[in-house]
Design a protein around this ligand. Structure first.
Ligand code: DAH
Length: 328
C-alpha cells in the first residue's frame, strides 16, 4: 500500500503541474480531494490494515493528503488572482466618482449668522432641548394659563419630578445665561426647538432659532434697532428697506417685529421678533432691573434660509433630496 500511496503522490505532482486554469483545477479536485477521490479511498483501506502497519502507512498517507491540499489551495489562489488581473481589470476604465457631501443650508445660515454677530461682540451659548416649564414659560413671564402652554402647541415629556417640555423656543437659554453669568451679557444662542404644529409649506414641528441677549447698564431700543439693521444689511445687502412693527411677547416690553424688503422682491418679509427685556424676566434671572436694561431678539433660521435660497416650501429643507441640497 505504501508503494501505491507513493505512486499517487508522484501522480499528484505531475497532474498539478499540468493545471493551467480553474476548470482543470476543479477536475483535479474531483479526482483527488473529494470523499470518493483517490486519497479518501486510501483512508478507507487504512482501516482494514493490521495494526502494526497502520502507523507507517498512515504517516505516508497524511503526507500525501497535506501535500495535495496545500498544492491545491496555493494554485487556486494564484489562478484566481491571475484570472482577475488578466481579464477583469481594465486600467483604461474611468474611476468610480463619489459625491462630496456639503454643509446643510440650515447649518450654513447658522454659521453665517454666528459670524456676523461675533463681529459685533456677541459670544455663543447653548442650553438644553428638554427644558423645564419654569425656564421655558414661567421665568419668561408667561401667565399661568397662556395658550402656548397648551398640549396643542407644546410637546410635554413624561417626568416624575417636574413638568418637562421640548423647548418651544430658544428664549429659555436667556434665563440660563442670566443665572450663570453676571452682566454685561452679550450672546447669541442657536438651537433646535419643537412645536406641536401641523406641517405645511411654512411650518415644521422641529426647527431652529437663534436667540440674542444683550444686558448692560443703559442699553436702549436704539441699539437694538441698529444691531438688527446692521445684521440684515450684512445678510441681505445694503439696499434693503426696513419696517419695524409694534408687537407683543410676554418677555419683552416694548416688543417689535422687523420686516425687510429687498430690491428684487416686492414682498415684505418678517425676519425677527425682538424687544427690551421685561423687568420680570431680568428679576427671574437674578438681575436688578433698576440697575440694568437689555434687549433680546429671536430669529427663525429656516425662514431666513428660505429667503436666501428662494425655496418655496420649508419641508424641502428636510427631505434630504441631494438634488435640492447640493444647490446651496
Ligand atoms: N421666542 C419667540 C418665539 O419663539 C421669538 C422671540 C421674540 C425671541 C422676541 C425674543 C424676542 O428674544 O425678544 O416666537
Amino acid at each position: 500500500m505504501i508503494e501505491n500511496i507513493k505512486q499517487v503522490h508522484e501522480e499528484v505532482k505531475v497532474r498539478i503541474s499540468e493545471v493551467t486554469n480553474l476548470e482543470q483545477l476543479e477536475e483535479f479536485r474531483l479526482e483527488f480531494l473529494v470523499k470518493k477521490g483517490k486519497i479518501q479511498e486510501f483512508f478507507g483501506q487504512l482501516k482494514e490494515l493490521p495494526n502494526e502497519q497502520k502507523r507507517e502507512v498512515g504517516k505516508e498517507l497524511n503526507i500525501l493528503s497535506k501535500f495535495t491540499e496545500n498544492e491545491y489551495n496555493q494554485l487556486k489562489q494564484n489562478l484566481e488572482e491571475k484570472a482577475y488581473t488578466v481579464s477583469d481589470l481594465d486600467l483604461t476604465l474611468p474611476g468610480i466618482k463619489y459625491n462630496l457631501g456639503s454643509e446643510h443650508p440650515v447649518r450654513q445660515t447658522i454659521n453665517q449668522m454666528i459670524e456676523i454677530f461675533k463681529k459685533m461682540g456677541f459670544s455663543v451659548a447653548e442650553g438644553p432641548e428638554a427644558e423645564d416649564e419654569y425656564h421655558n414659560f414661567d421665568a419668561l413671564n408667561f401667565p399661568p394659563n397662556h395658550p402656548a402652554r397648551d398640549m396643542q402647541d407644546t410637546f410635554f415629556l413624561e417626568n416624575k419630578f417636574d413638568k418637562v417640555v421640548l423647548r418651544t423656543h430658544t428664549s429659555p437659554v436667556q434665563i440660563r445665561l442670566m443665572e450663570n453669568v453676571k452682566p454685561p451679557i452679550r450672546a447669541i444662542m442657536p438651537g433646535r426647538v419643537y412645536r406641536n404644529e401641523t406641517l405645511d409649506s411654512t411650518h415644521l414641528a422641529e426647527f431652529h432659532q437663534i436667540e440674542g441677549l444683550y444686558i448692560d447698564k443703559n442699553v436702549t431700543m436704539a441699539e437694538l434697532k441698529a444691531t438688527m439693521m446692521h445684521f440684515a444689511r450684512v445678510m441681505y445687502g445694503d439696499d434693503i428697506e426696513f419696517r419695524f412693527r409694534a408687537s407683543f411677547f410676554p418677555f419683552t416690553e416694548p416688543s417689535a417685529e422687523l420686516d425687510i424688503r429687498t430690491k428684487h422682491s416686492n414682498k415684505w418679509m418678517e425676519i425677527v421678533g425682538c424687544g427690551m427685556v421685561h423687568p420680570n424676566v431680568l428679576r427671574a434671572g437674578g438681575i436688578d432691573p433698576e440697575e440694568y436694561t437689555g434687549y433680546a431678539f429671536g430669529f427663525g433660521v429656516e425662514r431666513i434660509t428660505m429667503a436666501k435660497t428662494q425655496l418655496d416650501d420649508i419641508r424641502k429643507l428636510y427631505e434630504n433630496d441631494i438634488r435640492v441640497l447640493s444647490q446651496f
